[in-house]
Design a protein around this ligand. Structure first.
Ligand SMILES: [Cu+2]
Length: 138
């Protein structure tokens, strides 16, 4: 029995050791797509790369007064709000239309090309990361 306990203890140490490695988050290819149907709604897609331990994107906000941001996924062909987006250890999340994305509501209704704003992303472990987003012509 003591050997069994020792095995469990070492497995626990290995698992907790892996998950406690700090994440190393890089954001790239940030694309903003205004909704063709809903005015003042913008979808944002990006690549989130992680060269460290697992993390979660838990919240997003912008510097635009009155706007609010939701984290979305597509389930059974429908857009659903999610509480967090898992960023796997030594992996990446590719946001694409039809998959996980960030959706911003209550943006100015006349957003057009060259409109820029700052998107703040809150990660559970990595803390806040801010990126500049520019809205392309549409
Ligand atoms: Cu959405």
């Amino acid at each position: 029995m003591p050997t069994l306990i020792a095995i469990f203890v070492s497995i626990f140490i290995i698992i907790s050791g892996c998950s406690s490695a700090p994440p190393d988050i890089q954001l790239s290819d940030i694309v903003a797509a205004p909704s063709p149907i809903m005015r003042g709604v913008i979808s944002v897609f990006m690549r989130i790369e992680n060269k460290g331990g697992r993390d979660y994107l838990v919240k997003a906000s912008t510097d635009v007064a009155g706007s609010f941001v939701e984290l979305h996924d597509i389930k059974d062909g429908k857009m659903v709000k999610v509480k967090s987006i898992k960023i796997p250890s030594n992996g990446k999340v590719e946001m694409i239309p039809g998959g996980v994305h960030i959706m911003i509501f209550n943006m100015p209704k006349d957003v057009s090309s060259d409109y820029e704003f700052t998107l703040h992303l809150d990660f559970e472990k990595s803390g806040k990361k801010s990126v500049a987003v520019s809205v392309p012509k549409f």
